[in-house]
Design a protein. Sequence first.
Length: 302
Amino acid sequence: MNKHCASRKKCYHLFSILAIVLNISLMSGSVFAQDLKDIKQRGILRHLGIPYANFVTGSGDGMDVEIIKLFALHLGVQYQYVMTDWDNAIGDLTGQKVVPKASGIEVLGTVPIKGDLIANGMTVLPWRQKVVTFSNSTFPTQVWLVARSDSPLKPITPSKNTEKDIKAVKSLIAERSVLCKKGTCLDPSLYDLQGARAHLEYFEGSLNEIAPALLNKKAELSLLDVPDALVALQKWPGEIKVIGPISDTQDMAVAFRKNSPELMKAFNNFLEKIKKEGTYRKIADKYYPFAADYYPAFFKDR
C-alpha cells in the first residue's frame, strides 16, 4: 500500500512538472508557429503593428501594412493585424518582456507570443538587435531636433559632415526643454543629450502625439524621427521647423524572432522583388511623397 502511495505521489509530482513546463511553453509561445514552414501550415501571418506616422495609420492602411499584406499574399497565407504598443511589441513577438539598460537589456519575464513579425517603422537600434533580428532596410531615417516656427532658434546650415552638423545642433539646446521618449529611437540616452545640458521632458503618450504636444508648448523643442517629422510638416505646414540632425542616418526594418530565419529570408527576397518591380517605390511615395528628396541615394532605382 505504501509503495502504491509513493508511486502515485511520484506520478503526481511528474504530472505537476509537466504542467509547469507546458504552461511556460504556452506563455513563451514555443508551441505555436515559429518559422516559415509552421506559418504556412497555420495559414496566417500575424503582423504586430503600432499606429505610428504613416507606417501604420490605425485605419487599416499604411506603408508597412500594405507591404506586409503583399508579403502574406506572396506566401499564400492570410494576413492578420495585431495591434501592440512600444512597451510590449518585442515581448509580443519573442515571448520575452525586455527593457533597454545602459549595459544592453534586462529581461523582466515571459509573456505570450502574439505575432510573427513587427512592422511599423521600427528603427534598428543596438539594444533591439540583442533580442530580435532585423530585415534589410525598409526605410531610411534619422532623428531631428524640431521646434515651433515661432522659436528663436534657427535651422543650422547643413554641411557635408553629419557629425559636425550634430555638434552644431547640440550646441543650441543647453538649458532648453526637449521632448523625448524612453525606450524608443527618441531616447535621449542614445544621443548624449544629457551632456548637451538639455532639460529633458520625458513624454508619456504615444509617438504620434509628440508633434502636437510640441505645438501645445509642452516643451521648447522636440526630438522627431524623419518619417514622423515629414508627416508633421505636411499636417501642420508653417508651424514646425527642423533645426537639424541629432543622429546619423539610421535604418528602419521589419523585426523577426531570432528563431525565424527562414521567414526573414523569405521577406528579404520578397522586399528585393517588389523594389525591382517598382511596387515598393509606389507604396513609399504614396505615404511619404517627399522622402526621396531627403534620401535620394536610398530611393535610387527603387
